[in-house]
Design a binder for this molecule. Sequence first.
Ligand SMILES: [Mn+2]
Length: 394
Amino acid sequence: MRVFPNSLINDEFLRRYWQKKPLLMRQAVSLPADLVTKSKLLALACGSEDVESRLILEHGETPWEAHHGPFDRSELEHLPQSHWTLLIQDMNRHMPEIRPLLDAFSAIPQWRIDDIMISYAADRGSVGPHSDDYDVFLIQATGKRRWKIHQHPVSDDDLIPGLDLKILKTFDTQVEWLLEPGDMLYLPPNVAHWGVAEGECITWSVGFQGPALTELSTHWLEERLSTLPPQRYTDPDLKAQQHSGEINPRAIARIREMLQQTLSFSDDELTAWFGRFSSDPKENLTPPPLENCITETNLLQQLQQGVQLKRHPCSKIFYSRLPDSLLLFVSSESYTLSADTLDLAILLSEHYDYSHQQLQPWLQSLQCLALLTELVNRGDLIIESLQSSVGSLQ
Ligand SMILES: [Mn+2]
């Protein structure tokens, strides 16, 4: 039985609203109330270092006090009756059972997805009036939350100074809605919003964040510089200069030429780099490699006995088609494959479980078997033992 809707995004949504204007969709997604509960969120926030969690207290020792997890149980047991929110990032990776919600957004490329953040708010809990630089779909899971928005431009001067959070000093509400379970509000980047719980509530936020230019250029340059031979400015044609203090246009032209080398690249080079860049998992979410590596023969034997593979919930898998081949990107690595393995790339990148039948056609190919073995050894794919797959059916 499908828990989540098949699709929430269509061409019309993309044309009229995506990155353009807010849209409220009543009764778009009904989420099972017992899937993510307050107690599960509290437990996650008190668990592993790898779980990124925040607690926002509107009336702490300072206004809008932010605390970062992991938390002590006792800290979360002694909170006020109202006006606080607990937020947990990357819930699609920490609780793989909620990841299939993202399939409803599959009209948007996966590399644009940031995460599903889930927040629990006590009565009147809020993270304050603010604006974000990413697209977000706010889904009311349980309880009610009143959202107010305005579309005036916001600058750093509009923020309350001296806080850890970017909270707006004033808020001139243009529209407001009360979201009830199943309602979804889409907000494009830079629309100021303020959501306040009416009674306790849980909100899921599906976030899409485009890479920042600073991030792109820093990463690109680091990688590019590691491949260029070391070189320095040269000037064998230097002419005697009348005023030695001048940096003349000839020198500047040469400096420009040097810098341009770092920006000259083929489409294939750019594709390969961007695939590695965008499939890089967050540091706290990198799949751990297998302790005892397996061989191709060993994997083949296991697959022939009917074991299945599944994807590590933190592993990002994308692909790009090049003129004569294709590139598969897995957790910041790229693999060049022959063009006829396109269906395998689609299978790996669009699914999280791979049955024996789905993998069978690729096991004859040494290239594909080597790839699958490497991905198992790197921890991106996990062998589901026969025992556990039988267990999960019961
Ligand atoms: Mn926000």
